[in-house]
Design a protein around this ligand. Structure first.
Ligand code: ADP
Length: 200
């Protein structure tokens, strides 16, 4: 069960779920704005199973990257929900795009959806590690058109990231940026980040 609280309809912070670790604090950050503008080793796209582009952030990434991206995506043969595949960044300032396929939310299959969303974060960071990348920026996968509730999705994003960053094998990952578009999503991340990355 998720342990966030709503008081007077606002999300309030719970106690830290992970111990304070000073060295992790400058490895995670929050950015509000357009993910296609970020100059990082990889931005993570909220793709669909075709990996051939779509609406939302996917459309924005393909638009900004240019047709070379779609051409490379056609060679990938799609991906299953929860999986991720890496391409070049083409005209983007980012060197690579990691295309992660988030689940389409349904409350009757909550556990399956959660596992699939978790797999997106895990597989994306694993790909970054395998390709010796040091910076990765995530959009909030599945929380737009795919309807995943933002609070639940943010817990999954932060917990999965924290668990991976706690492992020795992730030492090459110097920066993880969570990119939010709306003020509401920013508020959720700002509230929950200290539970997974406490400052003291
Ligand atoms: P999904 O189909 O996985 O739900 P969406 O693209 O609909 O993907 O939405 C995923 C998240 O990306 C949403 O929070 C949406 O507000 C956000 N988003 C949309 N465009 C951008 C952008 N250019 N940069 C960063 N985030 C974006």
């Amino acid at each position: 069960t998720l342990r966030y609280l709503y008081k007077n309809k606002t999300l309030v912070q719970c106690r830290p779920r992970f111990p304070h670790r000073e060295s992790l604090l400058d490895r995670v950050s929050l950015f509000q704005g357009d993910i296609t503008r970020l100059e990082v080793d990889a931005i993570v796209n909220a793709a669909n199973r075709s990996l051939l582009g779509g609406g939302g952030v996917d459309g924005a990434i393909h638009q900004a990257a240019g047709s070379g991206l779609l051409k490379e995506c056609r060679t990938l043969g799609g991906a299953d929900t929860g999986d991720a595949k890496i391409t070049g960044g083409y005209k983007l300032p980012s060197k690579h795009v990691i295309h992660a396929v988030g689940p389409i939310y349904s409350s009757s299959e909550r556990d399956i959806k959660a596992a699939q969303l978790e797999a997106c974060y895990e597989n994306s960071i694993d790909l970054a590690i395998a390709n010796k990348l040091s910076s990765i920026a995530f959009c909030s996968i599945s929380t737009g058109i795919y309807g995943y509730p933002i609070v639940d999705a943010t817990h999954i994003a932060l917990q999965t990231t924290r668990e991976i960053l706690d492992k020795e094998s992730s030492s090459g990952i110097e920066r993880v940026i969570f990119v939010v578009w709306s003020d509401k999503d920013k508020h959720v991340y700002q509230t929950l980040l200290p539970e997974y990355f406490p400052e003291s």
